[in-house]
Ligand binder design. Structure first.
Ligand SMILES: NC(=O)c1ccc[n+]([C@@H]2O[C@H](COP(=O)([O-])OP(=O)(O)OC[C@H]3O[C@@H](n4cnc5c(N)ncnc54)[C@H](OP(=O)(O)O)[C@@H]3O)[C@@H](O)[C@H]2O)c1
Length: 369
């Protein structure tokens, strides 16, 4: 049977790869594409892939009549799909995940922020099997745990160390966007590339893993080659992992085809090409934002939502060269110091924390400029 796919965030790094996968598989049909404002690329995608629905959230000018915008575009892009790939970046992705939950539509989740800020609202949907992870580490854990008869002892997420790994610590504070965006192993969107350099991304992934794989201890190891995409530790002490050259098409295809459809060869690399595989502890001095965000994750409530909003503002300001790389951690820390956290019972509480933290972060950025 044909599976209809909605690709939200179709113009991004994950979205464009997802469109290629959908296009290459006869059993997948493109239901909809959605982006924020990149109308030029969206129209090219519409022309090439012919989805039933084309939608844009914040068009800069006029758009053609058959491109929908305005209120309820998320619902219009999602309704009618059998599976939704949520590849929107940032807290803007939460609403789409909640619509999938409410409609009972399978969610292939790349937008980690949905779980970081709104895990509480999605936990029942996770336990009912509604969410298939797309983040490569979590896809790996998901695959490794599949068919394991017993609970696993632990999860170890691998971290490349991002572009910051090769920059001397005393120069890191003033490193510019060009240097930070030059990721050694992964080709990704700008925010996640900066988040990889600060390790905010890895802290988010720990929070994400805690929601997806409840009650299993999670830790992190630095693995510069990004060949091992994470490990699980089995009950007898053995390790199970997925290995291969970094390529996000692998977890995207796996999620869209799950549970029992054919997988196409995406990578044919051989172990001999990998060279040596190295592992080391995370350097807390090099990556101060990791512990700041981890603390927010452990404290729960709206702390992670505030940390995410602060990071979104700080990363944008860094990319616009308004603040320095080293200021990103300081902005998050200062926003969290001012944050009044609330228990999460609904999406409004999360989004109110997001707005309040954003305003605070913008004030701090102005002061630092
Ligand atoms: N890239 C990776 O390899 C990777 C790996 C693991 C997880 N992820 C996660 O996947 C998500 C997407 O990452 P990415 O690297 O693909 O980001 P990206 O390249 O920056 O693309 C983001 C996409 O989201 C759209 N978007 C932003 N705000 C929106 C809004 N309010 N409404 C609708 N669409 C909106 C953008 O549209 P415009 O183009 O119009 O701005 C774009 O299509 C993130 O949560 C990231 O953490 C990414």
């Amino acid at each position: 049977m044909i599976r209809k796919v909605a690709v939200l965030g179709s113009t991004g790094s994950i979205g464009t790869r997802a469109l290629e996968i959908v296009h290459s598989r006869p059993e997948l049909e493109l239901h909809s594409i959605l982006c924020n404002r990149n109308i030029d690329l969206l129209l090219k995608q519409k022309e090439r892939y012919r989805p039933s629905v084309t939608a844009i959230a914040s068009p800069r000018g006029e758009c053609p009549e058959d491109v929908i915008t305005g209120q309820d575009i998320l619902e219009k892009a999602i309704d009618g799909a059998d599976i939704v790939l949520n590849a929107i970046v940032g807290s803007a992705g939460l609403q789409a995940s909640l619509i999938c939950r409410d409609r009972g539509i399978t969610l292939a989740l790349a937008n980690k922020e949905s779980l970081v800020i709104g895990g509480e609202l999605l936990k029942d949907y996770i336990s009912s099997g509604g969410i298939i992870p797309v983040d490569s580490e979590h896809s790996t854990i998901f695959r490794c745990m599949h068919l394991e008869p017993r609970p696993v002892r632990g999860i170890t997420l691998t971290a490349s160390g991002g572009s910051a790994r090769g920059i001397p610590v005393d120069r890191l504070h003033n490193a510019g966007p060009d240097e930070i965006l030059d990721h050694p192993t992964w080709d990704m969107g700008t925010r996640i590339t900066v988040d990889s350099a600060t390790m905010v991304n890895k802290a988010f992934e720990v929070i994400e893993a805690r929601w997806l794989f409840a009650d299993i201890p999670v830790n992190v190891v630095v693995h510069p080659q990004s060949i091992i995409h994470s490990f699980v530790r089995l009950e007898d002490g053995c390790w199970k992992a997925l290995l291969g050259n970094p390529n996000m098409k692998i977890p995207i295809q796996y999620a869209l085809q799950y549970p029992d459809r054919e997988l196409e060869v995406i990578s044919d690399d051989k172990p001999i090409s990998w060279g040596s595989l190295d592992f080391s502890e995370l350097d807390r001095v090099r990556y101060p934002a990791f512990d700041i965000v981890m603390r927010a994750g452990l404290d729960g409530k709206t702390w992670p939502a505030a940390a995410n909003a602060a990071d979104e503002v700080a990363v944008e300001a860094f990319l616009e060269r308004k603040i320095r790389f080293g200021d990103i951690a300081a902005v998050i820390e200062e926003v969290l110091a001012e944050h009044d956290a609330f228990e999460i019972s609904d999406v409004e509480t999360v989004m109110a924390a997001d707005r309040e933290a954003r305003l605070e972060a913008e004030r701090i950025v102005k002061r630092l400029c």
